[in-house]
Design a protein around this ligand. Structure first.
Ligand SMILES: [Zn+2]
Length: 257
């Protein structure tokens, strides 16, 4: 069953070596709650440093862990503003903060259109779509379209002998099973509790737990909870459906795969 290897080391900068470490930079669904931030995650695979999504408030948190000049690339799941608008701050920092070379951004077309490459000269835009793969340092990324607005891309990332799945935002007509077998950790959205199922293109804790179980994910971390929804209630129904411990993302939490 899933193991608990969570540590909360906000503000520290551990040397991951060849470890794969996921750090939560922000995990609030749809809008940042009090003291919170939109969606954003730091993923370190050996010497490769990726950022998954760059929602509002996440870039400030990122800098408590590392110098942003160390980022190799950013992967953006979709165009909704809770997932990407800190790219503007990253662009400005890249221009004036001493970064060498432009910062590669892997994103669906709708993000590129909204962000506007002319406004982000320090960002090196690389459009990705369903079925694409990208190699970024030690990371191998595979993109899959989810059940969400326009084109939203989930991603499976393999590296250093580990595999991470990230659902991005999705409704119930998608399944992490399409990411393939052998997921060491599934980072899955669980925006609300079961009573709200069907009210928006998102998952409840119950649905996220059932999907993770069907996909055979070894660990489940749920994220993207609406600030107005009770965290404990979402975890409890996710654990019931998953059949094991489920962890709730929180700013500064680290997960070693
Ligand atoms: Zn969202």
């Amino acid at each position: 069953m899933p193991s608990r290897r969570t540590t909360d080391r906000s503000g520290t900068a551990p040397d991951p070596g060849d470890e794969v470490v996921l750090t939560v930079l922000g995990c609030d669904g749809s809008w940042p709650g009090p003291g919170g931030a939109g969606s954003g995650y730091l993923l370190r695979i050996g010497d490769t440093t990726l950022v998954l999504d760059a929602g509002p408030g996440t870039f400030a948190v990122l800098q408590t862990f590392l110098d942003p000049s160390e980022i190799d690339a950013v992967v953006i799941s979709h165009h909704h503003t809770d997932h990407w608008t800190d790219l503007y701050a990253m662009d400005t920092q890249a221009r004036f903060g001493g970064r060498r070379g432009r910062l590669p951004i892997y994103a669906p077309t709708a993000v590129v259109e909204r962000a506007d490459p002319e406004r982000t000269p320090a960002l090196d835009w690389r459009t990705v779509t369903h079925g694409d793969r990208a190699g970024i340092g030690e990371a191998s990324c595979a993109f899959h379209r989810t059940d969400h607005a326009e084109e939203t891309l989930a991603v499976r990332i393999d590296g250093a002998g580990r595999a991470l799945g990230y659902s991005a935002d999705t409704g119930p007509e998608w399944s992490p099973e399409v990411l393939g077998t052998g997921l060491d950790l599934l980072l899955c959205e669980a925006t609300y509790t079961a009573e709200f199922e069907g009210t928006a293109g998102h998952l409840s804790g119950r649905q996220a737990g059932a999907m993770a179980r069907a996909a055979g994910a070894r660990r489940l971390v749920i994220t993207h909870r609406l600030p107005s929804v009770d965290a404990r209630a979402v975890v409890e129904e996710a654990e019931d459906a998953y059949g094991g411990p489920v962890e709730q993302a929180a700013i500064g939490k680290e997960f070693t795969l």
